[in-house]
Write a protein that binds this ligand. Structure first.
Ligand code: NDP
Ligand code: BG6
Length: 529
């Protein structure tokens, strides 16, 4: 692909005061972007990709000339695709309008009308092409349709592979041969899973690189597009109060916690082949860990940040079986309702030992983090839904207040919590004196609660990532060497679990998960937050 204005653009501007502003792409009447959602009939396309594209359109973040094509085998007309997309969008529009301003009904109605108008305009730019994933001829037909819309403009093309991984290569081969841009850039967003282990991931990378160069491949990990994950570096590198504490000298342990309060509903077939370690830990939680622990990058350029992340991953020890606990949810009845166990899902084999829960202790062998446990916990069908990073600091040396007033030792420590979702927040637990004549200590939160601080809705991760891919910003996408390093940490453990057929500890649907996770934490003198 030939370089374009977007390929050469500098990283997004840093806006300190105006949190809400997303500058629209510079408008160039000479170029157009064609976005093809491959697998448009599927769950992810409906749930995330089309809504994110609409949100970008609504915010005037898409280029002036753009076209969206859905591509899949299912037979659909343009009108049917638009109907499918509009159903998903209509549900969201009210939410977006409601969070926009105050509650004056007339204003809400105007906003709603504006949203509907925008939706109609957006849908006019959406089209559908039915074809097989391995047919160059069908992609050639797509190419013809794209050209009709692109006209004589420079045409940049983005393909979003929202399909099962076994057909990634077929599509990349056909799209690159028959439907890549003749005069602009061609980029491909690839959804996870990127293989099941080091070998299959390397094979996928080799396959992709037969048809694309690394710069054209945008491996998506949507956790990197979450607001509070993006904010991690800002928090750390632009606040003097944190960076000096960010090491083994002051941090006792770091916890990365993901939980969902529902099971694998509807995705059991996919999930059983991967399990929670591959589904959440090897990618989402490990990416957060790398961002959290990396050294200061030379700049905010994508390559500088990704270089630092790779160094962290390469400094880590592969996971050890004795530092891992796995679990699987079983059915549970509560309040007269019975919640099904994992193996009761029709798409899951009855004797499956795939973990739906895992907890692990990881270590980074470098000067900054030597000996600090990074504890990960991820599970489905737990008692709560959320994702957070917890940083537990060491005890205050000398512990004056414990000696003088018999205060509980634990209250003398601080904890920084970054709540990625839901209800985004960053809070620091500090110790303070309870007002009054006595000397009793309390624990309080210094709290940045996003909903209270900012009135505007936080964009969905897919919005940010799609915009970045269009702008050619690679900072939040996974480079192939990062991916290799990530798999090297997890592959030996995954092989051992499978070869030894290690049975997961069963936990009731809606519970806190297996007790083994507490023993694992206790082994490192840690209590889960
Ligand atoms: P789907 O299973 O819904 O598949 C998407 C489309 O691909 C389907 O509509 C179908 O379209 C086609 N397809 C499905 N199975 C096959 C098959 N065996 N052979 C050929 N075509 C097939 O997937 P999702 O939309 O859920 O996910 C898409 C990708 O995104 C996957 O890689 C998934 O792992 C990843 N992902 C999904 C998430 C989610 O929440 N759904 C979250 C994170 C990642 P048709 O029959 O019309 O051709
Ligand atoms: C996906 C996993 O990557 O992330 C799913 O495959 C999981 O199993 C999802 O449910 C969670 O994403 P989010 O953004 O809803 O926390």
């Amino acid at each position: 692909a030939s370089p374009s204005k977007v390929e050469n653009s500098s990283p997004s501007e840093i806006i300190l005061d105006d949190f809400e502003d997303l500058s629209p792409l510079s408008e160039n009447d000479e170029s157009t972007v064609s976005i093809t959602v491959v697998g448009a009939s599927g769950d992810l396309a409906k749930k995330k990709i089309f809504p994110a594209l609409f949100a970008l359109y609504y915010e005037d973040c898409l280029p002036k000339h753009f076209t969206i094509f859905g591509y899949a085998r299912s037979k659909m007309t343009d009108a049917e695709l638009r109907n499918m997309v509009s159903k998903t969008l209509t549900c969201r529009i009210d939410k977006r309008c409601l969070t926009r301003l105050d509650f004056v009904t007339t204003i809400l109605n105007i906003l709603r009308e504006n949203c509907n108008e925008k939706m109609e305009e957006f849908l006019k730019r959406c089209f559908y092409h039915s074809g097989q994933y391995d047919s160059e001829e069908h992609f050639m037909d797509l190419d013809k349709k794209l050209k009709q819309h692109e006209g004589s403009r420079v045409s940049d093309r983005l393909f979003y592979l929202s399909i099962p991984p076994n057909i990634f290569l077929d599509v990349v081969k056909c799209a690159s041969k028959s439907a890549s841009s003749a005069n602009g850039w061609t980029r491909v967003i690839v959804e996870k899973p990127f293989g099941r282990d080091s070998d299959s991931s390397a094979a996928l990378t080799r396959g992709l690189k037969q048809y694309l160069v690394e710069d054209q491949i945008f491996r998506i990990d949507h956790y990197l597009g979450k607001e509070l994950v993006e904010n991690l570096s800002v928090l750390r590198f632009s606040n003097l109060v944190f960076e000096p504490l960010w090491s083994r000298q002051y941090i006792r342990n770091v916890q990365l916690i993901f939980s969902e309060d529902f099971g694998t509903e509807g995705r059991g077939g996919y999930f059983d082949r991967y399990g929670i370690i591959r589904d959440i830990m090897q990618n989402h939680l490990l990416q957060i860990l790398a961002l959290f622990a990396m050294e200061t990058p030379v700049s905010l350029e994508a390559e500088d940040i990704r270089n630092e992340k790779v160094k962290v991953l390469r400094s880590m020890k592969p996971l050890q079986l004795e530092d891992v606990v796995i679990g699987q949810y079983k059915s549970h009845t509560k309040g007269g309702t019975t919640y099904p166990g994992y193996t009761e899902d029709k798409t899951v084999p009855k004797d499956s030992i795939t973990p739906t829960f895992a907890a692990a202790a990881l270590f980074i062998n470098n000067a900054r983090w030597d000996g600090v446990p990074f504890l990960m916990k991820a599970g489905k069908a737990l008692h709560t839904k959320g994702a957070e990073i917890r940083v537990q600091f060491r005890h205050v040396p000398g512990n004056l207040y414990k000696r003088s007033f018999g205060t509980d030792l634990d209250t003398a420590t601080n904890e920084l919590v970054i709540r990625v979702q839901p209800d985004e927040a960053i809070y620091l637990k500090i110790n303070n004196k309870i007002p009054g004549l006595g000397m009793r200590l309390d624990r309080s939160n210094l709290n940045l609660h996003y909903a209270a601080r900012y009135s505007k809705e936080i964009p969905d991760a897919y919005e940010r990532l799609l915009l970045d891919a269009i702008e050619g910003e690679r900072r939040l996408f996974i480079r192939s060497d990062e991916l290799d390093a990530a798999w090297e940490l997890f592959t030996p453990l995954l092989k051992e679990l499978e070869e030894k057929r290690i049975a997961p500890e069963l936990y009731p649907y809606g519970s806190r998960g297996p007790v083994g996770a507490h023993y694992l934490a206790a082994k490192y003198n840690v209590r889960w937050g």
